[in-house]
Design a protein. Structure first.
Length: 407
């Protein structure tokens, strides 16, 4: 006899929630800030955290982690992974976000040098040039689909250049990442995984024989003391940098443009003083950030958060978007205010998994919005904002498309 599926009190997994999850999170925070619900499918217990302090606690807790097979008895592993791992995806599985200390510490140490504020600041002229070239192309038209023509190509071009991927091959990378993140089938995702692995194997071998001034060469020859990346770690790291290096920034830019256009008073204030742009970017990250829920965590033993004991083996879901509108931390949290100070949002996460690429995302977002607003002083939405389609992912919070009028 099949065990009846559990149902959630709140429409957490409803596709309609993706467009505007904030009212649901406000209700959860008021009624059940540590909510014992279920995952998609209704079988396993998921604990949803919506208060800022609880989310921070979870993100830094040493007994909440990702490597379930290394830290939980087999009975719990089988709850979530009843079948053996699919070997077709093994090459992309050993990246930073799937690791816990000490392996996470080791991997992060091998790549952090490429993403220091100083290293990222040196990219500013090139990012500005890429943005200007994209805007030059858009300027020939009356309207534009902003994601396709600007928000996507800017960060993917930047990270591809940093990795040393030839410009002629970037369209393939876009297909591969889309298939893996939002593909229509497991087979489609597996095919793109194999294509990515074969491509990167050839590029890695080329960098071993002919080093270049790019991150890929640095990763191939990475060393911290006597440590290096093995081949599977190298492939997974490249995949993570490629996906994380552009996907969140696409939505930072697009969500930012939409939010500014929906708040003309704040847009006018920003146009009157573009020195407010860094503060505006931080408020966009808080108000309509690109990540709704980060990678799930498992409780490796019984864990107490906010006075509630979460049993070993259950999943903990720290909701970043909910935390960033917690009235206990942010005054008038549902008000978009580009001058908000202080603004201790956690849109980039917290703790050991704090986003490695945060300096790059901030720089790209600042440059993109600055250049876009300077070029098009009559920028406006070309569709009713209530009819815009949003991606159905609970990980990435972003639009499927954003049509705009340029003049």
């Amino acid at each position: 006899m099949t065990t009846p599926l559990k149902t959630n009190r709140y429409p957490i997994w409803d596709e309609r929630t993706r467009a505007n999850p904030h009212p649901m999170y406000a209700q959860m925070r008021a009624e059940a800030p540590i909510y014992e619900g279920t995952g998609l499918g209704g079988y396993n217990t998921f604990w949803f955290l919506t208060r800022y302090d609880d989310v921070q606690t979870a993100l830094k807790h040493p007994k909440l982690g990702r490597d379930i097979r290394a830290n939980l008895p087999e009975v719990h592993v089988r709850r979530y992974f009843p079948n053996p791992p699919d070997p077709r995806f093994a090459a992309l599985d050993r990246h930073l976000l799937n690791q816990d200390p000490p392996n996470h510490t080791r991997l992060r140490a091998l790549v952090h040098k490429a993403f220091t504020p100083r290293a990222i600041a040196a990219l500013q002229p090139r990012i500005e040039a890429i943005a200007d070239a994209l805007l030059d192309e858009m300027a020939q038209e009356e309207t534009a689909e902003l994601i396709e023509q600007f928000s996507y190509p800017l960060p993917i071009t930047v990270i591809a250049e940093m990795l040393g991927v030839p410009s002629s091959d970037r369209a393939m990378f876009r297909k591969w990442t889309r298939d893996l993140l939002n593909g229509d089938s497991l087979e489609e995702a597996a095919e793109s995984t194999m294509a990515f692995v074969l491509y990167m194997n050839a590029l890695i071998e080329a960098r071993r024989n002919d080093p270049q001034d790019d991150i890929l060469t640095g990763l191939v020859h990475a060393a911290e003391g006597d440590d290096t990346l093995d081949h599977m770690e190298l492939l997974a790291m490249i995949f993570l940098l490629l996906v994380a290096g552009h996907e969140t920034t696409v939505n930072l830019i697009s969500n930012g443009v939409l939010t500014l256009l929906k708040h003309p008073d704040q847009l006018a204030k920003l146009r009157a003083d573009m020195r407010l742009m860094p503060s505006a970017v931080e408020e966009i990250l808080r108000y309509e950030g690109p990540v709704e829920i980060p990678m799930l965590r498992w409780a490796f033993e019984d864990v107490e958060i906010g006075g509630v004991t979460i049993p070993q083996g259950d999943v903990v879901v720290p909701c970043l978007m909910a935390a960033n509108r917690d009235p206990a931390v942010f005054a008038n949290p549902d008000t978009f205010d580009i001058t908000r100070q202080p603004n201790p949002h956690i849109a980039f996460g917290f703790g050991i998994h704090y986003c490695l690429g945060a300096p790059l995302a901030r720089l790209e977002g600042t440059i993109a919005l600055t250049r876009l607003l300077a070029r098009f002083d009559k920028l406006a939405l070309a569709a009713n904002p209530d009819t815009l389609a949003w991606n159905d992912s609970t990980l990435i919070h972003g639009l499927a498309e954003l049509p705009v009028r340029l003049r």
